[in-house]
Design a binder for this molecule. Sequence first.
Ligand SMILES: Cc1cc2nc3c(=O)[nH]c(=O)nc-3n(C[C@H](O)[C@H](O)[C@H](O)COP(=O)(O)OP(=O)(O)OC[C@H]3O[C@@H](n4cnc5c(N)ncnc54)[C@H](O)[C@@H]3O)c2cc1C
Length: 292
Amino acid sequence: MKPAPFKYIAASSLDHALSLKAEYGDEARFLAGGQSLIPAMNFRLARPSVLIDINGLKDLAGVDQTSGGGVRVGALTRYRDLERDGRFLASCPLFADALPHIAHPQIRNRGTIGGNLSHADPASEIPALAVAMEGRMRLKSSAGGREVAASEFFQGLLTTDLGVDEMLVEIAFPAPKPRTGTCFMEVARRRGDFALAGVAAIVTLDGEGRCAKARLALCGVGETPVDASKALSSLIGQPCTDGAIETAAAGVQEMIAPSGNVHGTADYQRHIAGVLTQRALAAAHQRAGHGA
Ligand SMILES: Cc1cc2nc3c(=O)[nH]c(=O)nc-3n(C[C@H](O)[C@H](O)[C@H](O)COP(=O)(O)OP(=O)(O)OC[C@H]3O[C@@H](n4cnc5c(N)ncnc54)[C@H](O)[C@@H]3O)c2cc1C
């Protein structure tokens, strides 16, 4: 199909893009990689009357290491550039696990982290990573800027905290603590499909090898990424034995409410979420022990 008619404007600067969004409001959409927006327009599921192309705003792309050891990723940074950035993958190893699961190389060549997070598909990997890693989103409008925790950014199915005149300009990830290991795993029907369930796990050990902190976020099992870290409270202060991990995974299965879809029932999604939680926690624990 072909999209409904629209006006195309290539933004010449961030201020230009933001003033256009303030002017056209809900009628306008930013065009980043176009990998979600253009198919939606072709199916006429989205009918913006104005497209504000932000691809020329090179300052919005790229990764910066912060002085405290954290990382800031510009909204227009493409998956491909993250996949090839060894320093970024070393500081954010969950991305090394997760990026190859996103779609196919052609889509990763164009898709951007900002477009992904703004689109807020609940089955997408990166929103779950952002929640697990306690990322912070930087939003801007012509009126000013603000920061929102990833845990508060995702508000519902394909819905975020972004105001009608705002753009997501950057996401910041804090420095990982010493003795931290991470792991992302998912099950999808075919390579490159959206996840039926996916799990991002982060385990930090204390000096005695007990679990000091554990974070877990899931994709594909709710209307937003699901922060299931509370279900891991029984692990804190304990050695991460197989039994302790099994108990924590049972808690995660209890707290999620997957809806099921044409590819799998809700029970099946709950089952694989439990299995993936056990495996991802065990792998993150092992990697924490090896300083990976
Ligand atoms: C066949 C196929 C398979 C896919 N499989 C997966 C998958 O397995 N996992 C996955 O995560 N994704 C998958 N995707 C989606 C892909 O990751 C998209 O690239 C991503 O969701 C959107 O990023 P984009 O840069 O292309 O954004 P666009 O499509 O350009 O924009 C998406 C939405 O975000 C808005 N937007 C874009 N940038 C900003 C910004 N900076 N601030 C505010 N709003 C903004 C746009 O206005 C639009 O509403 C798949 C896509 C296809 C076509």
